[in-house]
Design a binder for this molecule. Structure first.
Ligand code: NDP
Ligand code: MG
Length: 388
């Protein structure tokens, strides 16, 4: 039996992972399930899967979790230390699907114990890529990409040599505002930004897709995970999301990974790797599809991609600052404090303020310095907000 834990079990990726596990429950021994505020879902799944322990990120929700699991024999715990303790429990495979920089520390802990980390939490690689990869190498732990584009690149590289890769192209749907003018974008509402045309995802990543910040994070994630130069990474708008990524080799060959936009493919690939097993995803009907559409991204209306290039040039803690400023700006947009296009303004100003001190030659990267940079960036983002 494969011992597995799911961090962020109550979210979109977590629930898709649980859907796959439930289809073949006898094959898995569930160690830890973690969530945040959605205690009803966490308790329901912990019971259904017979988890060893259920952990909520918030101490204030512990009494509710205890009540919900009373008499089941399932352990309960809460808070950051409990998340780390759960990540340290012996397991063969851990899904890292907490949203935001909060997902970094539990994933890092799992790697310390040599556990295979299925990484949906892209923020881990954006904020602390070199640290994470070094820790994995030190303990002989595997990191398997779950983000659909990165899973696609990973699959296209099986049997290939990374030194023969010329370029990697990751696709972006373009989100709901693909054809909106700069003027229209200023008035984009939360409800409009929260509806993705092709993928069904959590609220935060859906809004990040509308602003292209999601793709910006993914460009950095590609650089970190595959060790590519920034100029080898391209983004192309492909509204249908049927091609997830393409890998171009030095002989001119271009390998595309295609499939219906359903995260259970990438999750299932990481779950069963290095095997492939039957997955409950709809098969792509190419005749029905007829044709594929591509466009160049527009850095003027969507500055996020341009900012990602700056972050990669700066290196060091720039990724941590970029991500934290983006998370803070997203919180402000969700709270109705700033407009849609203000998010990029906040991130750009925080980066400009902090960049001179962040470069790879100037700072030592550790979990502590990453979280310090994250903290400072959020404070500065708040200060920028008051000037808008
Ligand atoms: P969701 O918002 O749907 O779920 C997030 C999960 O994290 C929930 O379980 C939530 O708990 C928990 N959580 C939230 N805040 C904290 C915190 N501070 N500490 C601990 N746990 C917390 O997100 P998604 O599933 O959409 O995304 C998860 C990750 O996967 C993100 O990094 C995202 O970028 C990445 N990803 C997602 C894709 C998708 O299709 N959804 C595709 C590719 C990557 P609760 O809800 O109980 O409060
Ligand atoms: Mg993606």
């Amino acid at each position: 039996m494969k011992r597995i834990s799911i961090f962020g079990a109550t979210g979109s990726i977590g629930q898709s992972t649980i859907d796959l596990i439930k289809r073949d429950q006898a094959a898995y021994n569930v160690v830890a399930l973690t969530g945040g505020a959605n205690i009803a879902q966490l308790a329901k799944d912990a019971r259904a899967l017979g988890a060893q322990i259920a952990v909520t990120a918030y101490e204030s929700h512990l009494p509710e979790l205890r009540d919900a699991l009373a008499g089941t024999g399932i352990e309960t715990a809460a808070g950051q230390a409990a998340l780390i303790e759960a990540a340290a429990r012996p397991a063969d495979w851990i899904m890292s699907a907490i949203v935001g920089a909060a997902g970094l520390a539990p994933g890092f802990e799992a790697l310390k114990h040599g556990t295979c980390l299925a990484l949906a939490n892209k923020e881990s690689l954006v904020t602390a890529g070199p640290l994470l990869l070094a820790e994995a190498a030190k303990h002989g732990a595997r990191i398997l990409p779950v983000d659909s584009e990165h899973s696609a690149v990973f699959q296209a590289l099986v049997g290939e040599r990374i030194c023969e890769v010329e370029r990697v192209i990751i696709t972006a749907s373009g989100g709901p505002f693909r054809n909106w003018s700069a003027e229209q974008l200023k008035g984009a509402t939360l409800a409009q930004a929260g509806k993705h045309p092709s993928w069904d995802m959590g609220q935060r990543i859906t809004i990040d897709s509308a602003s292209m910040f999601n793709k910006a994070l993914e460009v950095i994630e590609t650089k970190e995970y595959f060790g590519l130069n920034p100029d080898q990474i391209e983004v192309i708008i492909h509204p249908g999301s049927y091609i997830h990524a393409l890998v171009g080799f030095k002989d001119g060959a271009l390998m595309a990974h295609m499939g219906m936009p359903d995260m259970r493919h990438a999750i299932g690939y990481a779950l069963h790797w290095p095997e492939r097993r039957d997955l409950p995803v709809e098969r792509l009907d190419l005749v029905k599809l007829g044709s594929l559409q591509f466009e160049a991204p527009d850095d003027t209306r969507f500055p996020a991609l341009r900012l990602a290039r700056e972050v990669m040039d700066t290196g060091g803690l720039a990724g941590a600052v970029f991500n934290a400023a983006k998370e803070a700006a997203l919180d402000m947009f969700i709270a109705g404090q700033i407009g849609f296009t203000d998010m990029a303004v906040v991130v750009e100003r925080v980066l400009a303020q902090m960049s001179p001190d962040l470069g790879r030659s100037k700072v030592q990267m550790s979990l502590e310095t990453v979280y310090d940079a994250d903290d400072e960036a959020r404070k500065r983002a708040d200060a920028v907000r008051t000037t808008l």
